[in-house]
Design a protein around this ligand. Structure first.
Ligand code: F6P
Length: 456
């Protein structure tokens, strides 16, 4: 079996006390069972010029990372990746800030990273690049060594072509994507949007539902949503629900029902509308006043990007306002935490919650909704409320599907979830758990690794 080389901006280093790679490390678990090299940014910013990657080895795995220089961090990470590409891909061209200097910064980071990666590669390695940060790496590596096979997976959405082509360098980004042998998306909509954009910008021949030809190259364009290990997460939740944090939470609830939401503090997550929906739920259903607590974990993220600073100030204000209006001397409706909470602890909190509220305005897939379902007690499961704009809504149809732009509709769904009889909760949960179990992280890894290896 050839070695797998994973390229992503964040790398989950074994020496990291707090992994920085989000859901990627979890999703990649299956792929990391074999021999693999994981290459990317160290998460550090330093003035020292590094031409060689820093190597850490753990058994079958090699981790190779590079620091970013301050200018690269500003132009590439804060600028092109998070102020231009991220809002654009999340259907927010209004928030997109395009600067030619940032584009240049992105290209030069991709170039420097390729120079450091190329000497580490073996001839038959399979290279799998993730997300938009280092997207150009595939084309540059291929130019150097064309025999190897290259795959790419986009964890976040791909918008329709009138949105994507707002980007002044849209054609070169799509050209970079077309340099891969396999391009993967979370949903059919993302694939169709990409193909629509690629056909608009290039001469593309569609050979089948999953294959296109561009120039002489055949490219597989696949849809397979990322997943979790449902049974493993369920076991973690069973353990954690008896742990210190979950016990403290339970004691503090004093018999009240818990609604939970957890994500990065990001404008795509729809927090303001969610808070407003919860406030309406309280206004319309006074019988639930003091009978329910809403725990929002919103881990601060990208704090050096202006839009995220603005968002943090706005959310602090909204939560303060709602709590100020509704709180009693012995009850605060919204508990708001802007630190990250360890996944193992979250598992227990999810299991303690009667309602999981997952209402992003747009999301590639959303693993939190899968984790909420996996964490539930089969004998008394909670109810998932899920935005129709999360990629997961395509398959998790037994959730209460809502439009997050309609706070009244979300408030109604909260009421429905809070009053849903056990029989209906159990039926919905059983079907949802089956989706989470079968659409697993392992299946996602196998699908792409086999495709990149040319087996499918
Ligand atoms: O949403 C895209 C994404 O790259 C996720 O895969 C990841 O969890 C998150 O952003 C991390 O963001 P950052 O690297 O900016 O902290």
């Amino acid at each position: 079996m050839p070695r797998l080389v994973i390229v992503s901006n964040r790398v989950s280093l074994p020496s990291d006390r707090k992994p920085k790679s989000g859901g990627l490390a979890v999703a990649l678990q299956e792929a990391l069972k074999g021999e693999a090299l994981w290459f990317g940014w160290s998460g550090q910013v330093s003035d020292e010029v590094q031409n060689k990657a820093l190597i850490e080895t753990r058994k079958n795995l090699v981790f190779a990372t590079l620091d970013l220089k301050p200018e690269e961090h500003r132009r590439h990470y804060q600028g092109f990746a998070n102020s231009c590409m991220f809002p654009l891909l999340l259907y927010r061209p209004d928030l997109m800030i395009f600067r030619r200097d940032d584009l240049q910064g992105y290209l030069s980071v991709c170039g420097r990273f390729v120079e450091a990666l190329a000497p580490l590669l073996k001839d038959d390695d399979l290279v799998w690049v993730h997300d938009n940060h280092l997207l150009a790496v595939g084309r540059t590596l291929r130019a150097a060594k064309s025999a190897r096979r290259y795959g790419f997976f986009l964890h976040i959405p791909f918008p329709p072509y009138p949105v994507f082509t707002v980007l002044p360098c849209a054609k070169s980004i799509v050209g970079d994507l077309l340099a891969y042998d396999v391009i993967g998306f979370q949903t059919e909509l993302d694939r169709e949007n990409f193909l629509g954009t690629a056909s608009f910008l290039f001469d593309i021949e569609r050979l089948s539902d999953t294959e296109i030809r561009h120039k002489a190259q055949r490219i597989q364009v696949l849809v397979q949503p990322v997943g979790i290990d449902a049974k493993g997460f369920a076991r973690a939740a069973e353990r954690a629900v008896n742990g210190d944090m979950a016990r403290r939470l339970k004691d503090s609830l004093a018999g009240r029902k818990l609604i939970i939401a957890a994500e990065r503090l990001d404008y795509s997550k729809g927090l303001a509308l969610r808070f407003s929906a919860f406030a309406r739920f309280l206004d319309r259903n006074p019988q639930f006043r003091q009978k329910v607590s809403f725990l929002q974990v919103a881990a601060r993220s990208r704090e050096d990007v202006a839009e995220y600073q603005r968002l943090k100030r706005e959310m602090d204000g909204i939560v303060g306002d709602i709590n100020g209006r509704h709180a009693e001397y012995d009850w605060v409706p919204i508990r708001y935490i802007t630190r990250s909470v360890a996944r193992g602890v979250l598992a227990g909190l999810f299991r303690s919650a009667a309602v999981g509220l997952v209402t992003p305005l747009r999301d590639g897939l959303n693993l939190v909704c899968k984790e909420y379902v996996a964490a539930q007690d089969a004998a008394d499961p909670g109810v998932l409320i899920l935005s129709r704009f999360a990629g997961a809504a395509d398959t998790m149809t037994d959730a209460l599907i809502v439009n997050p732009h309609d706070p009244d509709g979300v408030a109604e769904a909260i009421n429905k979830a809070m009053t849903m009889p056990l029989e209906e909760r159990a039926e919905r949960w059983g079907r949802l758990f089956e989706v989470v179990r079968t659409q697993s992280a392992a299946l996602w890894c196998r699908t792409f690794v086999d495709a990149i290896a040319g087996k499918t």
